[in-house]
Design a binder for this molecule. Structure first.
Ligand code: CS2
Length: 493
C-alpha cells in the first residue's frame, strides 16, 4: 500500500521545505483587507505581495477572501486552514511557496449579509477586487452602468445582494450608516483607469439606489486608487497539483500556477492606510495611466491577438500559437507600428523592449495557458486592449492595420468555427447581441464588419463609422475567411 500523503494545513506546514513556508500564518495577523474574487489571479498576485508586505512592514493587513459565487476553491483553502501554494513555472521546472495572507474566507452567495457586515467593519480599510471585466456591469465602450436586471434588483429592492455592484453598494451603505471610517476600493482588474471605472460604477449605482446620504459619505470617505496588475496565471490543472505535492511534500488541493514575473503599480491613495506593498516590490505612484496603457495594449492586446489567431489556427496553448510561422514577426510589427506610437510609456521604458519581454513571457512552454481562456469575454476586453489604441492612431491620421487584424480575428472567432471546421465557443456576456448581429449580416466581409461594429456597447461610433477602419477590418476578415489564420499570418504585410 502506498503511503498516504497528508494535506497542507497549519499542523503540517512546518514540514514543508523551509524555502516554501509562508512568511506569515493565518491567525497571526488581523484582517484589514477584504478581497472580492478568490480566483487564481488574486492568489498569485495581491495575496503574494500582501504577505510579503506584512512580513516586511507589519500591520493588521490579513486578507478576508470572498468568493462571490463558486465555493470549490474556498472550501479547499478553508480545509487547509487558509493556506494554499503558488507554483512558479519556468522553462527549467517548478518551485512552490505556501502563502499565508488569508485571515478569513467568506462565500457571498450563501452569506451575503456576512460580506456586507465586513465591508462596514472599521477594521477593514482596503477592499480589493479581481472579479473580471464583466462583473462591473458597465458598457465597455462608455463605462455606463449596463441595464442588468439582477444588478437593478440588487440596487432597488431590499433583497440580499447577488451581484458584485449589489454587494459593494450594500456594504458601502452600511458603512456610511455606521460612519465606520475611510476605505479604499481598489480594482485589480484589467480595465482602463480601473479606479475611475470603479468610482463611476459606485457613483451610478448609488444614484439608481437613490441614496444621497451614502453618496455624500462615499464622496468624503472612499478612494478609488487605480492600479496596473501583471502576472500570467493560467488555470490550475492536475499537473499543478502534482508539482505542488512534489515541491511541498504535502497535498495542496488549491495550488495556483504562475509565471516567475510579477508587477504591481498602484496609485497611492489609501485614506485608511495600506500594507507596505512598496517593501514587497510594488511601485506606489501618483499616476498609473502610462503603466496601464502600456500593459493593456502591449501585453493584453498582444495576448488577445495570439489567442484569436491561434484559436482559429487550431492551437490550444498560447506558446504554441506564438510558434505559428510568421506570428512573432507580425506581433513585432504590431508593437512597433501600431502600439508604440499610440501611447506615452512610463519614463525610461521602451515600448519595443517591453514588447520583447512580453513575447518571451508568452513563449514560456511550461505555462499551458489556453488560447480559449484568453479569448473569452472579447467584448469586455477589446476596447481597452485594442480599440483605444486604434482611436489614438486614427486621431493622429494613421491607419492601425494590426489593430484591425485583431478585430477581424475576433469577428471570425465569434462566428464560432475554426479553420479546420472545429467549433469555437463564444464565452462572452454579450454573446446574445453578437450572435444576433452575425445572424442579421450577409456573408460578405463588409456586411459582417458593419453588423458587428454596430454593437455600440463595444465599438464607439468614432471608430465604427470610420471608413478607413471598416475597410481595414473587412480586408483582413476577407483574408482570414478565404485562406485561414495560418496563411494570413505568413502573408501579412
Ligand atoms: C489575459 C490576462 O486572460 C487574459 O485575457 O490576457 O489574464 C493576462 O494573462 C494577465 O493580464 C497578465 O497580467
Amino acid at each position: 500500500m502506498g503511503q498516504v500523503t497528508e494535506r497542507l494545513s497549519l499542523a503540517t506546514v512546518g514540514r514543508v521545505p523551509s524555502g516554501a513556508r509562508p512568511a506569515v500564518l493565518p491567525g497571526d495577523v488581523r484582517a484589514g483587507i477584504v478581497h472580492l474574487g478568490l480566483g487564481a489571479f488574486h492568489r498569485a498576485h495581491q495575496a503574494v505581495y500582501t504577505e510579503a508586505a506584512i512580513a516586511a512592514g507589519g500591520g493588521d493587513w490579513g486578507i478576508v477572501g470572498v468568493a462571490p459565487r463558486s465555493r470549490d476553491v474556498l472550501r479547499a483553502i478553508a480545509e487547509q486552514d487558509g493556506l494554499f501554494s503558488v507554483v512558479t513555472l519556468d522553462g527549467g521546472g517548478a518551485s512552490a511557496k505556501v502563502i499565508g495572507a488569508f485571515a478569513g474566507l467568506r462565500h457571498a452567495a450563501s452569506d451575503p449579509g456576512g460580506v456586507v457586515g465586513l465591508l462596514a467593519d472599521p477594521d477593514i480599510r482596503v477592499v480589493t477586487l479581481t472579479v473580471t471585466e464583466k462583473a462591473y456591469a458597465l458598457d465597455p465602450a462608455t463605462g455606463k452602468l449596463r441595464d442588468d436586471p439582477e444588478v437593478h434588483a440588487d440596487l432597488t429592492t431590499d433583497r440580499a445582494p447577488t451581484t458584485v455592484p449589489g454587494l459593494l453598494i450594500a456594504g458601502l451603505r452600511a458603512r456610511a450608516a455606521a460612519d465606520a471610517g475611510p476605505v479604499a476600493l481598489a480594482s485589480c482588474d484589467n480595465l482602463p483607469t480601473n479606479g475611475e471605472r470603479l468610482r463611476g460604477l459606485i457613483t451610478q449605482a448609488l444614484i439608481v439606489a437613490g441614496d444621497d446620504r451614502a453618496a455624500a459619505w462615499v464622496a468624503a470617505n472612499v478612494s478609488f486608487p487605480s492600479s496596473m496588475v501583471d502576472r500570467i496565471v493560467p488555470a490550475a490543472t492536475p499537473d499543478t497539483l502534482a508539482r505542488a505535492e512534489a515541491a511541498l511534500g504535502v497535498v495542496d488541493l488549491a495550488p495556483v500556477p504562475a509565471e516567475p514575473f510579477m508587477q504591481w503599480v498602484i496609485e497611492d491613495d489609501f485614506p485608511g492606510g495600506r500594507p507596505a506593498w512598496d517593501l514587497a516590490g510594488a511601485t506606489m505612484t501618483t499616476d498609473t495611466t502610462p503603466y496601464e496603457h502600456l500593459k493593456l495594449r502591449a501585453l493584453n492586446g498582444v495576448h488577445s491577438t495570439i489567442a484569436y489567431l491561434g484559436a482559429l489556427a487550431g492551437r490550444e496553448y498560447i506558446a504554441d500559437a506564438l510558434a505559428i510561422p510568421g506570428m512573432v514577426d507580425l506581433l513585432r510589427r504590431m508593437i512597433a507600428e501600431d502600439i508604440a506610437p499610440s501611447l506615452e510609456p512610463p519614463a525610461g521604458v521602451s515600448v519595443i523592449e517591453y514588447g520583447e519581454s512580453v513575447l518571451s513571457r508568452f513563449a514560456n512552454p511550461a505555462m499551458g495557458h489556453r488560447t480559449l481562456q484568453v479569448a473569452m469575454d472579447g467584448t469586455q476586453k477589446l476596447p481597452q486592449r485594442v480599440l483605444h489604441g486604434m482611436l489614438d492612431r486614427r486621431r493622429a491620421g494613421a491607419s492601425p492595420r494590426w489593430g484591425a487584424l485583431v478585430v477581424a480575428a475576433w469577428m471570425r472567432f465569434a462566428a464560432g468555427v475554426a479553420d479546420d471546421g472545429r467549433e469555437l465557443p463564444l464565452d462572452d456576456p454579450l454573446a446574445g447581441p453578437v450572435r444576433a448581429a452575425l445572424a442579421s449580416a450577409g456573408e460578405k466581409p463588409d456586411e459582417i464588419v458593419a453588423a458587428l461594429l454596430g454593437l455600440r456597447q463595444v465599438f464607439p461610433a468614432e471608430l465604427a463609422e470610420d471608413k478607413v477602419v471598416r475597410d481595414l477590418i473587412a480586408d483582413w476578415l476577407g483574408d482570414l475567411s478565404a485562406h485561414g489564420a495560418a496563411a494570413t499570418i505568413v502573408g501579412a504585410r
